[in-house]
Design a protein around this ligand. Structure first.
Ligand SMILES: Nc1nc2c(ncn2[C@@H]2O[C@H](COP(=O)(O)OP(=O)(O)OP(=O)(O)O)[C@@H](O)[C@H]2O)c(=O)[nH]1
Ligand SMILES: [Mg+2]
Length: 458
């Protein structure tokens, strides 16, 4: 066991609620609880069985502070692999804080954010990718993000990385052995054999890397930009999707001057939706800046929702917009179909290669079609989220990229006929950077940085 102190934290949110939980972990945990907790049947808390729940009172200076349940979990089958106690008390801010203070007064130290999970990692119960998955589960904002985090917590990423590393270390060992004992271990034509394996490992890592774009969208949400001419109903659409009057809507063209971002859940997905200033040629200085912002936002978007007003003719501004979004995933919404329509589906299809969806924000029609289209595009269709595992973590992506680069160098060395010890340097580098994903040979600073992003009490 790496840590010798006993830590404690309030593990539930600091708002009035039914129950609050104070968690303690470390070698002094059971001592502390037996000093401050009187179980109903006067049991000795040092002797009770592990993983049992006890009813009683928290006592401070002879006074009852609260009526609680205490869960006692003895090492090693615990979250941190050390003794853990959870005190379930009433969830008032004052009472939880008071019990926490009593725990500190009796010998525990206030835990840092994520410190319980950090102990789980340092004590070898989980690897770093699993620890990161814990934070991702807490921060998940859609069911897909949650599913991915859980599969990472279950060790899917770890298993893939371990498998690749085993293949690499086999070759490193072989080369080292051959260099030590050239008389008995033959490396003739070895390069040809190695290159096949390196190619296979590269292929597996590249498959993983390809998932990282979707992985980012799963974790952070799909960056969705609403684009269109002024007055077509972009802000109205934004408000309807959010279910609140978030953006200002008027019948004056050029109402929205700046971008406005909100997050919403649509089916299993999280959309980070951005309302923008209507795009048109303008001499107004402020509006011009707004239009430039709209264009820049569109360039960075994962998805553009191009809104067209069915009651006014298509013009040069629309053509300008179509140019901007030519290489983007796009849904075209033909809005205001409750009015007399000047523009129809065919007109749109003549200028952009997409089947538009007819909607009316005013009458709230067509939104089911919109939701269905988003699902088709991101869930069932072109990029599907139901594959095994996605790289959702930027740190993992960078390590995978570096491993690829090292393996490419191995290939180059083989093809240029360099001696075997050249291969093993780059193989070793690939082995080590892959190890960083699961937390092997990572520097303390990195570990501290990762865990500092956790919430208190986790
Ligand atoms: N009839 C009808 N009017 C609509 C519909 N959607 C929006 N409007 C109206 O169109 C006008 C402009 O709506 P906004 O949502 O402000 O349009 P915008 O695209 O955000 O405009 P800018 O911010 O100026 O670029 C408002 O008067 C809305 O009430 C619709 O489906 N039907
Ligand atoms: Mg607007």
């Amino acid at each position: 066991m790496l840590e010798k102190e006993t830590i404690a934290a309030i593990s539930t949110g600091m708002a009035s609620s039914g129950i609050g939980i104070v968690r303690i972990s470390g070698k002094d945990t059971v001592n502390i609880i037996s000093k401050i907790f009187v179980p109903e049947k006067n049991k000795d808390m040092r002797k009770v069985a592990s993983h049992t729940v006890h009813y009683g009172n928290i006592i401070d200076d002879g006074h009852i502070v609260d009526e609680v349940l205490v869960i006692i979990m003895r090492a090693p089958h615990t979250y941190t692999r050390e003794d853990v106690v959870e005190i379930d008390c009433h969830g008032g801010i004052f009472v939880v804080r008071k019990i926490f203070d009593i725990v500190l007064k009796n010998g525990a130290r206030c835990a840092e954010p994520g410190e319980f999970t950090k102990w789980a990692f340092l004590n070898g119960r989980i690897d770093l990718s699993q620890a990161e998955a814990v934070a991702d589960i807490i921060n998940a904002k859609s069911s897909i993000a949650l599913e991915q985090s859980v599969s990472q917590l279950k060790g899917k990423m770890r298993d893939i990385i371990i498998r690749q590393r085993e293949k690499i270390i086999y070759h490193i060992a072989y080369i080292e052995a051959a260099l030590d004992d050239p008389e008995h271990i033959n490396v003739e034509n070895y390069g040809e054999e190695l290159i096949i394996d390196v190619d296979n490992i590269l292929k597996d890592i590249e498959i993983l890397l390809k998932t990282s774009e979707n992985g980012r969208m799963i974790k952070e949400g799909i960056k969705t930009v609403i684009l269109g001419k002024p007055n077509v109903g972009k802000s109205s659409l934004m408000n309807m999707l959010l279910g609140e009057d978030r953006a200002i809507v008027t019948d004056i063209a050029g109402t929205t001057r700046d971008t406005l971002e909100e997050s919403l859940r649509l089916s299993e997905l999280q959309l980070n939706i951005i309302d923008t200033a209507g795009i048109r040629k303008t001499e107004d200085v402020v509006e011009k800046i707004g239009v430039e912002r709209s264009i820049n936002m569109a360039k960075e978007a994962d998805l553009v929702i191009y809104v067209v007003d069915a009651s006014v003719p298509i013009d040069e501004n629309d053509k300008e917009i179509i140019k901007i979004i030519s290489d983007k995933k796009c849904i075209v919404l033909l809005n205001k179909t409750d009015l007399e329509c000047i523009v129809n589906t065919e007109d749109i299809k003549n200028i952009i290669d997409t089947e538009p969806l007819e909607i009316s924000v005013k009458n709230n029609t067509g939104m089911d079609l919109f939701e269905k289209r988003v699902r088709e595009m991101f869930y069932e269709g072109r990029i599907s989220f139901d594959e095994e595992i996605y790289v959702t973590n930027l740190r993992h992506k960078e390590a995978l990229k570096e491993a690829c680069e090292s393996l490419m160098l191995v290939k180059e060395s083989i093809m240029s006929g360099l001696p075997e010890d050249f291969y093993s340097i780059d193989l070793m580098n690939a082995y080590e950077v892959l190890g960083k994903i699961i937390g092997e040979a990572v520097e303390d600073d990195l570990v501290n940085e990762i865990f500092s992003k956790f919430c208190m009490g986790k």
